[in-house]
Ligand binder design. Structure first.
Ligand SMILES: C[S@@+](CC[C@H](N)C(=O)[O-])C[C@H]1O[C@@H](n2cnc3c(N)ncnc32)[C@H](O)[C@@H]1O
Length: 383
């Protein structure tokens, strides 16, 4: 495909997304009908689409309309690419720009420029004050890929050597001890021996830093109360020299891949349908807005509603209350979100402490979404 044809493909997919289709589904629908597209074409089209979804508002304002065509035009303008080089009608690319299209569009302002719905931009400003623009900007950029070296399978040097031998570029990442930033050949990872053998796991560096900040020691009894795919359960098992870690999720189907991942990682993870306790440590990695990871899943910021945000707050409080009953005397209750909002973070802890006297805040971390990892929050309480 020519670069212009890739832009034309993205335009069609963005129109499907605007009509209500999920981005992944729209991409898949296009790919099925585009057998001529090679892997590089697919990756380039995907990048255009997700870049535009991250910048859904600003690209439409700059492009002058709420269409896929205008959004791609706006995106190219933002990227400093002369649209006429691609909107030429040649090579299966988009038709040349009309005079009206050339004249349309203006610079976005406020929430438009932040690429957030108005109500969320107000929340970011309220919580992050002079850092609000930096936070919003992070959501408008692509996320980097991070690996966790699984110390149950090898050490940092072994991982660096193994990845280098397979032509995968990495460098140590500052946010967590065993975090590596992928700097080249990311696509080879899934097929790499380092990954297949469990020497490295895909995990965001802030997610790793959360587990690193937990008071974990081999021999402790540990429950991951909202285990999901098990990223944190596996990282906790590594800190426990293999485990065991009890893993629970209200939706057990979410843990479907966990036994396979645990076997690959050499971790002892036990699925528990009805955890009883008492545990030395219970981690609640609760459902949240997902705001800290909006650059990976940018549709989240457009889909979230104030009602859902309120509902999430109620769910978070009830999980925290239930989990506190599973912690033994002197034990620790850890609360984590991949959210950047105080309502889901510190406010939840303040209200929990007001409802449940006797718990003191032992550790608190708030990681901003930036080049070193996603946005994440952790509070560790002890009684
Ligand atoms: C943020 S995800 C967990 C991610 C996971 N810990 C990881 O590191 O990969 C939140 C999980 O909480 C689960 N969940 C929702 N309500 C719950 C509840 N009341 N009790 C336990 N888990 C719940 C969801 O099914 C979801 O898998």
């Amino acid at each position: 495909m020519t670069p212009a044809a890739r832009v034309q493909a993205a335009i069609g997919i963005l129109d499907r997304i605007a009509a209500g289709e999920a981005a992944e589904k729209a991409l898949l629908g296009w790919a099925r009908g585009a057998r001529y597209a090679g892997s590089k074409d697919r990756a380039a089209v995907r990048d255009h689409v997700f870049d535009a979804v991250r910048r859904w508002r600003s690209t439409a304002v700059l492009g002058g309309a709420e269409t896929g065509r205008a959004r791609m035009l706006g995106l190219l303008r933002q990227q400093g690419i002369d649209p006429d080089t691609l909107f030429s009608g040649a090579g299966h690319g988009p038709a040349p720009l009309t005079q009206a299209e050339r004249a349309a569009g203006r610079d976005p302002a406020g929430a438009e420029a932040a690429d957030l719905p108005d109500w969320l931009w107000q929340k970011v400003v309220a919580d992050w004050a002079d850092k609000a623009e930096t936070v919003a900007d992070a959501f408008r950029s692509r996320a980097e890929t991070f690996l966790r070296v699984n110390t149950l399978r090898g050490d940092l040097d072994e991982a660096l050597r193994a990845l280098a031998e397979e032509g995968i570029g990495v460098e140590p990442a500052p946010r967590a001890r065993f975090a590596l930033r992928v700097t080249g050949n990311t696509r080879a990872l899934a097929r790499s021996e380092a990954y297949a053998s469990g020497l490295v796991e895909l995990q965001d560096a802030s997610s790793q830093a959360v587990v690193e900040a937990l008071p974990l020691h081999p021999g402790m009894t540990v429950l991951d109360q909202c285990a999901g795919g098990g990223g944190k359960a596996l990282a906790m098992a590594a800190r426990l020299n293999g485990g065991p870690v009890d893993a629970h999720d209200a939706d057990p189907a979410r843990m479907a891949d966990l036994p396979g991942r645990a076997a690959r990682a050499g971790a002892d993870i036990r699925m528990v349908a009805d955890p009883r306790g008492p545990y030395d440590l219970v981690l609640t990695d609760v459902p949240c807005s997902g705001s800290g990871a909006w650059r990976r899943a940018p549709e989240g910021k457009w889909r979230l509603t104030p009602d859902r945000f309120t509902e999430l707050g109620i769910i978070q409080a009830s999980i925290l209350d239930a989990a506190s009953g599973l912690v033994g005397r002197g034990g620790a209750l850890a609360y984590a979100t991949c959210s950047i909002f105080a309502a889901e973070n510190r406010d939840q802890i303040d209200r929990f402490q007001a409802r449940n006297p006797g718990w003191r805040l032992e550790t608190e971390r708030l990681f901003p979404p930036d080049q070193d990892g996603d946005g994440f929050y952790l509070a560790v309480l002890r009684r």
